[in-house]
Design a protein around this ligand. Sequence first.
Ligand code: NTF
Length: 824
Amino acid sequence: MSGKKSAAPKPDMTVKQFKETVIKHLRSTLGTYEEKASKQAWNQAIAASVNEFIFDGVSRTRKTHAGKDARAVHYLSLEFLMGRLMSNNLQNLGLYELADKAMKELGFELADILEEEPDMALGNGGLGRLAACFIDSMATLALPAIGYGIHYEHGLFRQEFFKGRQVERPDQWREFGSPWEICRPESEQVVKLYGYVETVYENGGSHKVWHPGRTMRAIPWDIPIVGYGGHNVNVLRLWESRADKFFDWDVFNSGGYVDAYTESVQAETVSKVLYPNDETDAGKELRLIQQYFFSAASIADVMRRFRNAHGNDFSKFTALNALQLNDTHPAIAIPELMRVLVDEEGISWAEAWKMTRETFSYTNHTLLPEALEKWPLRMIQHVLPRHMEIIFEINARFLKDEVETKWPGNDGIKRKLSIIEEANGQMVRMGNLSVVGSHAVNGVAQIHSDLVKKDLFPEMNELWPGKFLNVTNGITPRRWMKACNPRLSTLIEKHVDADWPRYLEKLTALKPLADDSKFQKEYMAVKHANKEDFVKVIKELTDVDVSADAIFDVQIKRLHEYKRQHLNLLYIMALYRRLLINPDYDMHPRVFIFGAKAAPGYYLAKEIIFAINKVAEKVNNDPRIKDKIKVVFLPNYRVSLAEKLIPAADVSQQISLAGKEASGTGNMKLALNGAITLGTLDGANIEIAEEAGEENVVIFGMDVDEVVETREQGYNPGHYYQNNEELKAVLDWLDSDFFTPGEPGLLSAVKHNLVDHDPYMVLADYQSYSDAQSKIDALYRDKKAWARAAIINTASLAKFNSDRSIQDYADTIWNLKPIKAAAK
Ligand code: NTF
C-alpha cells in the first residue's frame, strides 16, 4: 500500500462554504428558496456553484493560451456524446465528496439530484463518445485544444418500446436551457451557401468570386471542459444556425407572414437534429449542409483568432494550427480552408495546399462500405459551387503530379484513387479527399489500422509511406471508473496512489492482490453491491425481477447486424430450449441485458430488437425454467444508463464479425470495471486480450484471415443451419408462433436473413460462441478463478486510458505541447 496522494484534485472550499454558495445561487440566481425549491432547482444551484470554478478556469486557460500564442488543435466532429456533465465536473474539480456532504447536510442525496440532469446526447454511439472522452483528456493533459461541433436542438432520439417494437421520440435536452453553456455572440460567423462563381479578370490575372445565394449565421455556444485537477478548462464550441435576416420585415409588411418566417425556419433546420445514423450513410442535402455549416464556421473561427494575432502574415499558420477530422464528416473543411486561403487571402494555390495538408489530419472509424461517405457531385456543385471547383483542382493536381508520377500511364489506379467516382453518376469520395488533404491518417485499433492500409487505401499507403498510423482508442477513467463506480474506486484507493484516475498504470499495483482471497472477496462484494443497485434499475425500467446472484451478461452498443446482437439471441433461445428439454440442465442463472438503439430506417435492426423483446417476454414468464434465464432490453440506452450498468456487469459481449468493429470502446469500459470479455478477435478486443492476458478473456470465432478464407470458399449459411441440430431448431422456432402467440412469422425476417444471406456470418460462429458461453458458465462457478480474472482485467487496462490515446495524437500527429493555465 502506498500513501502517496499526488495530483488528486483538492478543493479550495469547505463543506460549509459550498452549502452557502448553493443556497446563494438558489436565491439569487434561481429566485427561489430552500423550502420551495424543486430538485431541478437544487440541481441548477449546484451547477451555478460549480460554474464559479469552471468559468474562472475557462478565463484563466484562454488568457494563458492567448498570451503564449500557443499552437492548438481543433477537433472537428459532427458528434460529441457528452452525457451528463455535473458529476464529471465535480469529480474533475475534486468537489464531489464535498458536494455530497453538503447536500446531505441540506437533506438530499447528491446522486438523486444528479438524476435531474438530462443527457447531452449529441452523438450516436462510439464515435461521438470517443470525441467526448478525447476532449476530457485534452483538457486533462493541458493541451491547447478546442472541440468544434453542432449545437443540435434535438440530440439522438429517445427510444421507447411499444409492443416490443422501437418507437422514436424527440430528445429535448435543453428544453429548459442548460447551465453548462455560454453563448458567445461576439464570435458569431456567417456561412454562405448556393449561388454561383464568377471569374474576375484584372491586372493581367484572374481570381474567383463566390456570389452566395444564401447566407446564414452561426452562433457559438461554449461548453467548458474541465480537465482532471481543474487546472485547465478548455471549451467545446458548438454552432447554432440562425437565419441571416431573422425576420424579413419587407415581406411581412407586404402581407406574407408565413413567407417572412420561412427563411428563418429553413436556416434553423440546420442545427435542429442530429442524424440518427450510425455506420450508414445519410445521403441528404441537409446533412451535407450541416457538415459544411460547422466546418466553415469553425475554420472562420480559427482564421479570426489567427488574424487577431498575426494580421495577414500567414507564415506561422501551420506552426500554430492543427485541424483534426473526426471521420470524413468534416472533410469539406479541406476545400473550405483552400477557399479561404486562396480566394480571401490571395495566397498561391501551391502555398495554400502545402499549408492545408500540413494542418489537417484524419481519423478513420470504419471500414464498412455503407458508412464511407460519398456525395453526389451535382449536389455539392449546387450547394457549394466554389468548393466543387476546388475539389476538381485538388483532384487534377493530385492525379497529375502524384499518381501519374508514381504509376505512369496507369488509368486503373487513377480511377481508383480519384476523389471523383465516375460510376453511378459522379460522386465525391470524402475518404479519398480526406487522405489526399491530410498529412496523417489513423485507424483506431491496431488491427483496424492495418486493414485501413491493406484493404481500404493500399495505393495511398504506397504513395505516402508513413502517412498511415494507428492510435488505439481510449476512455476517460474519470467518468468510466472514478465517477461511475465509486465503490470500486474507494476499494482501489486503499491499495494504489490516489492519482490513478490520471495515471491508470498505477492500477497494476492490484495485480499481486488478484490471488489474495480477502481482496477477491472485497472486490466481488463491490460487484455484488453494484448489481443490487442495478436490479432496482431493471425493475424500474422493465418491471422484470432479476437476482443479483445471477451472471449479468451485457451487450450494450448500437444495434447493427455486424455487432451481431442476433448471435446472442440465438444462444439465449438455445439455452431456453435446453432447459425445456431438461429442466435440470446444469447452468448458473443468467440475466441477459441489452441496451441498443437502431437507426430509425434500419429495418432488420428493428426486427432484431423486436425479436429480442418477444423472446424476453416468453422466457421471463415461463415458470418451467425457474428463473434460470432472464432477458431484459433496457429502453433508451444512453451514457447515463451505461454509467449505472457497466459497474454491475459480469460479462462483456463483444461479438462482432472479425474485421468489422474498428475498435469498440464499450469493451474497454466494461473490462476496466471487471467484466470478463466474451469476444471475437476484432478491434480493440485483441489488445484487451494482450493486456489482460488471454487466460482472462474468452475468445471465440473466426479471426480475420478465417473470415476471408470462408468468404472466398463461398460462404453458405444453409450448411450450418442444416448440420447443427440445435441451431436449426432455434432458427425454425423464429418461424413459429411460439414467441408471438397466434401470429406465426412475425420473427421470420431474422431467420431468413440468417439462413439465406447471413452477411456477417452469424451461423458460422454460432457453435464456437455457444462453447465459449459454456466456458463463461464454468469460470463463473469457480468463484476464485472468476474474481482473479476480473481483478487482473481492472489492473491491466492502463493502455486504454484516453490520456494515452491523446498523448499519442499529440506526439505523432499534432506535434502539440501542453501549456498549463496560470493560477490567476
Ligand atoms: C465507430 N465508427 C466504430 O464502429 C467503433 O468500433 C469505434 O470504437 C468508434 O467508431 C470510435 O472510434 C463509427 O461510428 C462510424 F461512424 F465511423 F461508422
